[in-house]
Design a protein around this ligand. Sequence first.
Ligand code: GN1
Ligand code: MG
Length: 355
Amino acid sequence: MISSILTTYGLHYDDCVVESLSTGLINTTWKIIRGEQQFILQRINDSVFKNPIQIAQNISRLDQYLKKHNPEYLFVAPIKNTLNKDLVHDLDYGYFRLFPFIKGSHTINVVQTEDQAFEAAVQFGKFTSLLSKYDASSLHLPIPDFHNLTLRYQKLEESIKNGNAKRIKQSATLIDEIRNHYPILSTFEKIIKENSIPIRVTHNDTKISNVLFDEQNKAMCIIDLDTVMPGYFISDLGDMMRTYLSPANEEEKDFTKIEVRENFFRAIIQGYLYSMGSTLSQEEKKLIFYSGQFLIFMQAIRFLTDYCNNDSYYGAHYEEQNYVRAGNQVHLLKKLEEKEDAFQAIISHELKNVS
Ligand code: GN1
Ligand code: MG
C-alpha cells in the first residue's frame, strides 16, 4: 500500500525507512525517512472525512492566502506529487497526502509546563487571528455540524433510545450527569439564536499533539488541519482547556488523577489573549470560561454516544474505553466548574492587560 503511494511522489519504498506514528484517533500516520529527507505520510479516514478533496481545497486556499498576507508564517501544507496533486486517491486504500517533516520539530502528548500551554495557545490564537479578515464562509465543512452541540446532544438522546441496551443501562449515572448539565446547551443555543459572536476560521482540534515544538520547546506551528473550518472561538479555546488543564488525559481510568491546574489555566488565557486579545469582541470575551464547559461537555457527549453505539466512530482498544473516556470528561467538567470563581477572576485580570 505505502509503496505504491510513495511512487507517486517519486520516492522508492526500498530507499525509505517507514515508521508508524500512533497519534490521533482518526487518521493513520507514518514518518518516511529517505537519507536526509523526512516526510509525514497520512491516510485520511474517509468514513469520518467523507470528502477529502474538500479538505485539500481548504488547506490549499488558506495556504495561498497566508503566503500572500503573512509570508513568514509557517503553514504546513501537503507536498504535491509528480502529477502536481496534493492528494492521492488509491482505489484500494483510499486517500493519502505527504507533508514535509519540519526539521528540528517534535510533538508532545501531555502538557508538562505552563510554557508549553502558553506557547500552544499563542499558536492557535495566531492562526485564527491571521485569518480574521479571511471569509470563513468560503471554506468547505469537512464534517458538517462538527461542533454543533445541539446536534451532538440529539445524537446522544437517539443513541440512548436505539443503542446497545446493556451499555445504556450501565451508563445511567453518566447520562443523568450529562442531562443535568443542560444549561451548557442552552447557552450554546442562545449564541446561535442571537448570532452574538462571529464565525471565524477555527482549528477545532487544539490538543497539544497538534503543535510542533522546536528543540528549545518554543512552538513552531500547528498541524492536523483537517478539521479547520468556520466555527466559534469557543471550540479552540475550549479544547485547549480540555486537553491542557489536567495532567491526566481523556484515557485516564483513575479519575482521582484528573486535576484542573490554575497556573495552566492562566497560561492558556495569557497565550490565547496574546494573539487574539485585540480581535475578540466583547461578547466573545464573556464566553471565555464557558468555552471550556462547552467543549468538555461536547466531548463527554461524543464519547458516551459512541459507547452506546458500539464504538462505531472512535473505535476502542478495550470493552469500556469510550465509557471510561466519557466518565473522565464528565469528571473533568465538574473539576473545571468547581474553579469557576477563581478562573473568572483570572480572566478579568488578564483582560485588563488587553487593549
Ligand atoms: C479526534 O483523531 P484526533 O485525535 O485528531 C476527533 C476530535 C476529538 C479527539 C478526542 C475528526 O481527534 O474531535 O476531540 O479525537 N476528531 C474527529 O481525542 O472527530
Ligand atoms: Mg484531529
